[in-house]
Design a protein around this ligand. Structure first.
Ligand SMILES: [Zn+2]
Length: 106
């Protein structure tokens, strides 16, 4: 699938040494600016688009969940929170949490 941000490059699923997967634009190329500084990661590619399967707020998504949000669907987790693609967001996703409601009586 073409990257929805740059609309020029293909998307790919990458896996790091810990087995964590991220959907990335092929032009997202993070590298250490300084080999001796582990905090100096920078993108040396032309596109920033990426969505990690494991989201700190939403939880873990499967490949099918990622496919669903990339086709414009909304994915819901067991807590009732939803996640969807949001190309304008810094994280490229929008997460909504359910509002807890209780009837108010006096
Ligand atoms: Zn791209």
């Amino acid at each position: 699938m073409l990257c929805p941000l740059c609309k020029e490059n293909e998307l790919e699923v990458r896996e790091n040494k810990k087995g964590e997967q991220t959907l990335c634009c092929s032009e997202y190329k993070p590298m250490l600016a300084d080999d001796d500084d582990k905090d100096s990661w920078q993108n040396f590619g032309e596109c920033e688009f990426r969505i990690p399967f494991k989201n700190k707020v939403f939880g873990k998504m499967s490949l099918d969940d990622i496919k669903a949000i990339m086709s414009g669907d909304v994915v819901e987790n067991s807590d009732g929170a939803t996640i969807e693609l949001d190309i304008d967001s810094k994280y490229f996703t929008k997460i909504n949490f359910p509002t807890k409601k209780t009837k108010f009586e006096i």
